[in-house]
Design a protein. Structure first.
Length: 82
């Protein structure tokens, strides 16, 4: 479920925060290892990883509630139906 629903908003939020940080520093201050976590946590993780999104991830992959149609669709060979 992580790669289906969670990583895209996380990546977008982190890119936005990183761009904002670079804009504020006018690109003159390098990003250090110590800068990574505050940038990642503040805007990215807290804004994009919410209980609602996590539940949506499990639902869209058919894990919870269990939806065999969604799960089997991942393994269905489209060419065999033709």
């Amino acid at each position: 479920p992580l790669d289906v629903v969670l990583f895209k908003p996380l990546s977008t939020a982190y890119s936005t925060e990183l761009t904002s940080h670079l804009h504020r520093s006018q690109g003159l201050i390098p990003i250090t290892k110590g800068d990574f976590f505050p940038l990642f946590w503040r805007a990215s993780w807290q804004s994009s990883i919410t209980p609602e999104i996590v539940l949506k991830a499990f639902e869209s992959t058919g894990i919870w509630p269990i939806d065999l149609e969604v799960i089997l669709k991942c393994y269905t060979d489209v060419t065999s139906a033709e």
